[in-house]
Design a protein around this ligand. Structure first.
Ligand SMILES: C[S@@+](CC[C@H](N)C(=O)[O-])C[C@H]1O[C@@H](n2cnc3c(N)ncnc32)[C@H](O)[C@@H]1O
Length: 190
């Protein structure tokens, strides 16, 4: 369970650049799911861009999701408090999951990826990230750290359009120093 402080610290940051660029280049996207929405920075960005979003999180983050939105933008967001393994997902053109799938145990991931695949519309997209093995959290028992070929295998039903591997020294959402090793992925249902 993530501490409340994490949500307060992360609320209000800009949506991830990879998502901003993708939405600019893909105006056909009308429906999305944010899996592990946290404080909802990406959920709000999508709602502000006229996209209907289902935001999913195991924690009750509802009070963060609607900040600074107009009434019309608020109406575009539905929140489901549920774990990924149990949630029933609606159909969507886009599913995003940032800094959330690495917190799922490895053995549970194939089923969740399958769920993502079936809830995407034809030609739908998945944008997500995973931790690599040079991450300073490597070894944490409940987290998942993957090699490039393991990600390719996990996403074998998809066409991977982009896989950017990034390493950087930085901080966590609770201001602890950390080495990040992240794979950023854009994949298409095919
Ligand atoms: C590190 S936060 C990232 C939040 C947000 N996506 C972001 O990038 O700021 C991970 C979020 O995923 C949620 N989460 C992790 N594992 C989950 C699971 N198995 N089912 C549902 N939510 C989960 C956590 O409750 C948390 O809010």
């Amino acid at each position: 369970m993530i501490e409340k402080e994490y949500y307060k610290n992360t609320a209000g940051r800009k949506a991830q650049g990879i998502l901003q660029k993708f939405i600019k280049n893909n105006p056909q996207i009308k429906t999305a799911i944010d899996l592990g929405c946290g404080s909802g920075n990406e959920t709000r960005f999508l709602a502000k861009n006229s996209i209907s979003v289902t935001a999913v999180d195991a924690s009750d983050v509802s009070k963060f999701l609607y900040e600074d939105l107009t009434e019309d933008e608020k109406k575009r967001i539905s929140f489901i408090q549920e774990r990924f393994s149990n949630v029933e997902l609606p159909k969507a053109d886009l599913i995003i999951s940032f800094y959330a799938l690495p917190f799922v145990r490895k053995e549970l991931l194939p089923k969740i990826i399958k769920k993502i695949y079936y809830s995407l519309n034809e030609d739908g997209y998945l944008i997500c990230n995973f931790f690599g093995k040079k991450d300073s959290w490597y070894g944490f028992e409940k987290h998942t750290f993957l090699e490039k070929d393991e990600i390719e295998d996990l996403l074998k039903e998809f066409k991977i359009l982009k896989m950017n591997e990034i390493e950087r020294d930085g901080e966590t959402g609770t201001h602890e120093k950390k080495h990040w090793h992240i794979y950023w992925i854009i994949a298409k249902k095919c």
